[in-house]
Design a protein around this ligand. Structure first.
Ligand SMILES: [Zn+2]
Length: 326
């Protein structure tokens, strides 16, 4: 059927009609909020390149988690900031570190909240790379052991989900094995399956103090030009036992989100990364865009592409606004 019998504008005539035929919706329960946890107490340091985001000490992290929970955001993903770093990233499996302590504290205050532990070495290594170095490159297999230890440490603290973000080959299998050996057979893995190297993470590195001291991450994170390779990475992670797939960055990879949605049945998560957030915030502060609407349109585009879950720095403000409007 074509024009004039077919007139798609008929379904756009009124707000109610448009609402009725709306195909995708964002709910607070789709959102996961990233939180940066540091040492100390009573600390709440604004992150200049991520307006509205903070480095929180454990006690303040719990307060932040409560604010999220109150407006229906069911989950947080934690990143650690430590002053004591070493070559081997041993802080990543220190049970007394900020992340394990925050996991314990959040689970105690909010037992139903889903606490995700980002699992990587870069926040804990003196050189800022995502694993153990051999010469100037990251040793894949030596790093697997480190990741597995960190994963078990977070599971012991009570993490509901382990989320490896390092892009080493074989890490999902290594973490699965370690978790199972320690009795954590029910702890799922959310794998950063397709994670690209690039300029998308600049503000995050300020937040997490995790910039590499030399070189870049191109020998382990993917080339932004590659689509088939991303699907291969996701396939491998599914085979190794990943329970969720995560694609990062989100806005620059909506084609892959659609590809993944059509090919895999696992829950699919996107990471709406720091630069995506910072660009909206900066343009909003300049008065160049309608910030709230752009945030709404950003989040719905992830759902339309096929994502189930969205890690986003907008989580709190968006869910607060959502709560006011229902
Ligand atoms: Zn890393």
């Amino acid at each position: 059927m074509s024009f004039p019998a077919s007139r798609p504008r008929r379904l756009r005539r009124t707000p109610t009609l448009r609402q009725m035929v709306r195909e995708n919706h964002v709910l607070p329960s789709d959102l996961i909020a990233p939180l940066f946890v540091c040492e100390g107490e009573g600390i709440e340091v604004p992150i200049s390149s991520l307006p509205g985001q903070f480095r929180f000490s454990v006690d303040r992290t719990v307060e932040a988690a409560k604010r999220l929970w109150e407006v229906g955001v069911p989950s947080v993903i934690l990143f650690g900031i430590v002053s004591d770093k070493d070559e081997m990233g041993s802080g990543s499996y220190n049970a007394g570190g900020p992340v394990p302590r925050a996991i314990e504290a959040i689970k105690e205050a909010l037992p139903s909240m889903v606490v995700i532990a980002d699992t990587c070495a870069c926040e804990y290594t003196s050189h800022g790379h995502c694993g153990i170095l051999r010469g100037l490159s990251v040793d894949n297999d030596a790093t697997l052991e480190l990741l597995a230890r960190a994963a078990v440490c977070y599971a012991r603290a009570g993490a509901d989900i382990i989320a490896p973000s390092d892009m080493m080959d074989g890490r999902v299998a290594a973490i699965r094995r370690a978790l199972d050996n320690e009795g954590f057979v029910e702890t799922p893995i959310m794998s950063y399956a397709a994670k690209f190297a690039g300029a998308f993470y600049g503000p995050f590195r300020e937040a997490a103090d995790s910039a590499p001291a030399f070189g870049d991450r191109r020998s382990y994170q993917m080339d932004i030009a590659n689509r088939r390779e991303a699907l291969r990475e996701m396939q491998l992670d599914i085979e190794e036992g990943a329970d969720f797939l995560l694609i990062k960055p989100a806005l620059f990879c909506l084609d892959l989100v659609r590809d993944a949605r059509e090919r895999f049945d696992a829950p699919l998560c996107v990471y709406n990364v720091s630069s995506e957030y910072a660009m909206i915030k900066a343009a909003g502060q300049m008065g160049w865009i309608d910030e709230e609407r752009l945030i709404d349109e950003t989040l719905i585009s992830f759902k339309r592409a096929g994502a189930d879950l969205i890690i986003t720095y907008h989580a709190l403000e968006w869910a607060q606004r959502f709560a006011q409007n229902v």
